[in-house]
Ligand binder design. Structure first.
Ligand code: SF4
Length: 267
């Protein structure tokens, strides 16, 4: 049974204080011993951060749950990595898929490469192919584990090690790498010889769907290769609710944006 929101709020407040300076491994131990195994899972897009988290987690619990979302538009290198992970860690990655009917309707109406036509259509594609499959899975969990880091981009600057995930019904979101830098992730990958997506060797620094990811140029921001044709906050909506503003730019909703709606719903 899911924990009531108020219980999770207390749990999260205590854990956030207790774990604010903890190592990623200590945070994972807390998560994996606090929640029943069938109610907690790693969610990863198989980038370096997620791979580092998976590597740490299997050393704590070899049967830890892990899922990824196959949007149907992933690069071939990411599918190769899925096989490598199975061989290396012996874990079965649960692969989530979008609803075929929803994809069919969207693509039939707007074309397969709708993401380049407008920010609204790009977000619709992310919604159908990523956000909805994620939401369906999170409804079955009490907690999920991500590879989010605070210094990845401005939208993620307030990521906490343990958070109450109000966007997903008040479950607990655990971000063991919140305090880590990109360099610390790379050091872990190298030290433990963690499998990597081969696109990193071709100048990619953040890897998502094939049509929406490119290699970066020297000096560019590490996430500059994601949705590079857009202005605004380049998020897909998985971690942050994202809207299109009056100028056609995507913008991540903050807690302040949702406060009036929350108050209204209480009445
Ligand atoms: Fe669609 Fe691109 Fe979003 Fe993938 S990242 S779901 S292809 S818009």
């Amino acid at each position: 049974m899911p924990q009531p929101l108020s219980d999770n709020a207390t749990l999260v407040a205590e854990a956030a204080e207790q774990l604010k300076d903890a190592s990623p491994q200590e945070v994972l131990v807390w998560g994996l011993t606090t929640f029943p195994r069938n109610r907690i899972s790693i969610c990863t897009s198989l980038q370096d951060e997620g791979m580092a988290v998976l590597d740490m987690a299997v050393r704590i619990d070899w049967a830890v749950n892990v899922f990824t979302i196959d949007t149907g538009r992933l690069p071939a290198a990411t599918y190769d990595l899925m096989d490598e992970i199975n061989d290396r860690f012996g874990v079965k990655i649960e692969i989530l898929y979008p609803d075929a009917q929803e994809v069919s309707e969207l693509v039939s109406e707007h074309g397969i490469n709708l993401m380049y036509k407008s920010t609204e259509l790009r977000l619709s594609c992310c919604e159908v192919r990523k956000v909805l499959p994620l939401n369906r899975r999170l409804k079955t969990l009490d907690a999920w584990i991500t590879g989010l880091r605070r210094d990845q981009n401005a939208s993620r600057a307030n990521v906490e090690v343990v958070e109450l995930d109000e966007q997903h019904g008040g479950i607990v979101k655990i971000n063991p790498l919140a305090n880590w830098t990109h360099e610390q992730v790379l050091e872990h990958i190298e030290t433990y010889n963690v499998p990597r997506n081969s696109l990193y060797r071709k100048g990619y620094t953040s890897i998502g769907c094939d049509p929406c990811t490119r290699a970066i140029e020297p000096g560019e921001d590490l996430r500059a290769g994601r949705w590079w044709w857009e202005q605004g906050d380049t998020e897909c909506g998985i971690h942050y609710e994202t809207v299109v503003d009056a100028d056609g730019n995507s913008r991540v909703l903050t807690r302040a944006d949702s406060a009036p709606a929350a108050e209204a719903s209480d009445t």
